[in-house]
Design a protein around this ligand. Structure first.
Ligand code: BV8
Length: 256
């Protein structure tokens, strides 16, 4: 029932905002933070099965964890970083890039708000991407805040020393729990949510704020709301079109 409705509303929309979370990258082989991915752990490469079980992202994605054990946290992030570089965008990422092209071609606007740090949206061709939680592919000096792009090879020292300051370390340029989101990202999100006539939430458990609040704000402004997620979330009960399926399977059918 929801899919035909979502398809017709997408075709008629003029200002679309899509919020994505870890679930849209699950079919690219990247682990989510919570919930199931529809894949069994055995599908993962051996090192991902072991390392992931040892590390709790909710505990590690914090400034406190980095201050307490920068070597362990940067080792985990370097391992995740290389996983992101090795992953490929999937049909879900490609469908959102096509949606952006189609909307722009008909004079509409498209804004992709992503909580993901893997840059698979950009590699799939999405252009207007707002990285709410930064990116794991860039790192920055803890003293000067200057950015540094590590190469594809594994880092060799943990924690990595900064090339910009004798006492600086390099940390991933992501937003940890307890840290403010980038001002530019917050401002771009507010503008897009204010203006949109359709808001689609894809592959997110809708529990991390302030990103999880955007769908409610869009709805309050009169936008039609769609959720594409493998399993129910706190927003499934009230969005206009809840669709519980794999993003990589259903998004291409929605934007054909
Ligand atoms: C902040 C980067 C000011 C690092 C991450 C109210 C207002 C403001 C803040 C708060 C608030 N209440 C609490 C807070 C604090 C906190 C917060 O929200 N805590 C939660 C846990 C309650 N927020 C913050 O700290 C934010 N900072 O607001 O600063 C402030 C600070 C303190 C107090 C007040 C104000 C910063 C949040 C950003 C944290 N950084 N990541 C890194 O990546 O390592 S968050 C992390 O979770 C990732 O970015 C991830 O993307 C994000 C959200 O998770 P999801 O993307 O939703 O992923 P998840 O695994 O949870 O779900 C995946 C879903 O996909 C599942 O439902 C699954 O079923 C589905 N799925 C799986 N496979 C598929 C699929 N769906 C479709 N297809 C598939 N194939």
């Amino acid at each position: 029932m929801s899919l035909p409705l979502a398809q017709s509303r997408l075709a008629a929309a003029r200002h679309v905002v899509v919020l994505t979370g870890a679930g849209i990258s699950a079919e690219s082989g990247l682990r989510t933070f919570r919930g199931s991915t529809g894949a069994s752990a055995e599908d993962l490469p051996a090192d991902m099965q072991t390392l992931w079980k040892e590390f709790d992202p909710m505990r590690l994605a914090t400034p406190e964890a980095f201050d307490a054990d920068p070597a362990m946290v940067t080792r985990w992030y370097d391992w995740r970083r290389r996983g992101c570089l090795a992953a490929e965008p999937n049909p879900g990422h490609a469908a959102l890039a096509k949606l952006e092209r189609d909307l722009t071609a008909r004079g509409g606007t498209f804004t992709l708000l992503t909580q993901n740090v893997d840059r698979l949206h950009q590699r799939a061709g999405s252009v207007n991407v707002v990285e709410l939680h930064g990116t794991i592919l860039e790192w920055r000096c803890t003293r000067t805040q200057r950015r540094f792009t590590p190469g594809p090879e594994p880092m060799t020292e943990f924690p990595p020393r900064s090339p910009f300051h004798p006492e600086g370390l390099l940390r991933p340029d992501v937003v940890w729990f307890g840290e403010m989101l980038p001002e530019v990202a917050l401002a771009a999100s507010a503008r897009a949510v204010e203006r949109c006539d359709l808001f689609m939430s894809v592959g997110t458990s809708s529990v991390v704020y302030p990103a999880a609040a955007y769908v409610r704000a869009a709805s309050a402004n009169g936008a039609f709301t769609i959720e594409v997620n493998l399993e129910p979330t706190p927003i499934s009960g009230w969005v206009d079109a809840p669709i519980h399926a794999k993003a990589g399977e259903v998004l291409p059918r929605m934007v054909c």
